[in-house]
Design a protein around this ligand. Structure first.
Ligand code: ZN
Ligand code: ZN
Length: 165
């Protein structure tokens, strides 16, 4: 098997965040977030309506002050998932597809996230400023390749061994 495309840990978890973002239901922004501690995924989130509310992609966004107010952002939803499962996220790295908005940055900082890995900028916020001032390390990766490699021929689980034939 050719392992030249084996991703680093940071690339791997950021790709998981990209995968999570595909579940987003607000057409204004597709974002994903994965919270990781000691190389274990503790929680994931994506931009979506709060439970009990319709999806923006079905009924349109609920715009207030130029923001969609029906959705929780990916970072908040990842923190919510952790909260619902009683998971301590202190010391986690947050892998996010897009640089946080100010509100999400504050929530991640207050939750004890110590590192943020991201490949996209979102300049119009105080997120970078807050992260920096609060001692959260920011790592920017080049955008990963746009495809997730799933070459069936190379996928070892799909390779039939003599025994399984
Ligand atoms: Zn929306
Ligand atoms: Zn946000």
């Amino acid at each position: 098997m050719n392992n030249t495309k084996r991703p680093s840990w940071d690339e791997y978890f950021l790709k998981l965040a990209m995968l999570a973002s595909e579940r987003s239901t607000c057409p204004r922004m597709h974002c994903g977030c994965v919270l990781v501690k000691e190389r274990f995924v503790l929680a994931t989130g994506y931009n979506g309506s709060i439970p009990g509310q319709p999806h923006c992609e079905d009924v349109g966004c609920l715009i207030v002050d130029n923001h969609c107010s029906r959705t929780n952002h990916a970072e908040i939803n990842a923190l919510v998932q952790a909260a619902r499962h009683g998971i301590n996220v202190t010391g986690c790295t947050a892998y996010i597809t897009n640089m946080s908005c100010t509100t999400c940055a504050k929530a991640l900082i207050a939750s004890g996230i110590t590192r943020v890995v991201v490949f996209s900028d979102y300049h119009d916020t105080l997120a970078v400023d807050f992260y920096t001032k609060c001692g959260v390390e920011i790592v920017k990766l080049e955008i990963p390749e746009r495809t997730i490699h799933y070459d069936y021929e190379q996928y070892t689980s799909a390779i039939k061994t003599e025994k399984s034939k």
